[in-house]
Design a protein around this ligand. Sequence first.
Ligand SMILES: *[C@@H]1O[C@H](CO)[C@@H](O)[C@H](O)[C@H]1NC(C)=O
Ligand SMILES: *[C@@H]1O[C@H](CO)[C@@H](O)[C@H](O)[C@H]1NC(C)=O
Ligand SMILES: *[C@@H]1O[C@H](CO)[C@@H](O)[C@H](O)[C@H]1NC(C)=O
Length: 182
Amino acid sequence: MIQFTGIVAVILFNFLTNTVAVFICPQVNGTFVNRDDYRSFYQCINGINMLKYCPSATQYYSTGNATCQEGPAEWNYVYDLTGIYTVTANVEYRHVYQRDYDVYWTSDTPTVANTFIGRHINETHIVGIQTRLVRLTGCTSVLNARMVATGSKSFCQHTSLAVFGRACDLVAPYSSDLCISQ
Ligand SMILES: *[C@@H]1O[C@H](CO)[C@@H](O)[C@H](O)[C@H]1NC(C)=O
Ligand SMILES: *[C@@H]1O[C@H](CO)[C@@H](O)[C@H](O)[C@H]1NC(C)=O
Ligand SMILES: *[C@@H]1O[C@H](CO)[C@@H](O)[C@H](O)[C@H]1NC(C)=O
């Protein structure tokens, strides 16, 4: 006798569609770099492209030998963002630490503690996850965050609430933009 011990929930994620240009296959067959995110590449078969991600989160696609490999061979991040940035005078400071292609930061105020873990996806863009803890209530939000290095020791950032992330005391539409420099 067959026993149903659980219910399979099918959840459809509605991924954010950024304004990314449509990729046209330069040759009918082959793999080609995705400049918007070097962790991925386009595979063209008979002129139809499909975006594919490297098998490991630490790999980038290399055009040189058309494979994914640890550590990019053909590009480098443009700016090292390591440093202490003032978000709000006398209240909020952001400590950014960059180690190769990984970027971390923390930012604490008397009321909120933020932590970010991210990684370069190309020369100037970093994507990652930010957690935001409201000290008084213990409520924690998980946010998707993108940093864009705009110059030496300066960057802009866009955050939005992750799917199923708790809003806590954030105000709709639960997203924010910020540019800071040292
Ligand atoms: C492209 O690849 C497909 C599938 O492998 C093959 O049938 C086709 O002949 C290839 N086209 C060219 C121009 O190599
Ligand atoms: C990096 O990727 C973003 C999109 O993810 C794109 O807008 C930007 O132009 C890319 N930067 C470079 C230097 O190619
Ligand atoms: C691809 O090239 C890189 C250096 O650019 C090298 O480290 C790696 O081993 C090569 N991979 C293959 C499969 O040839």
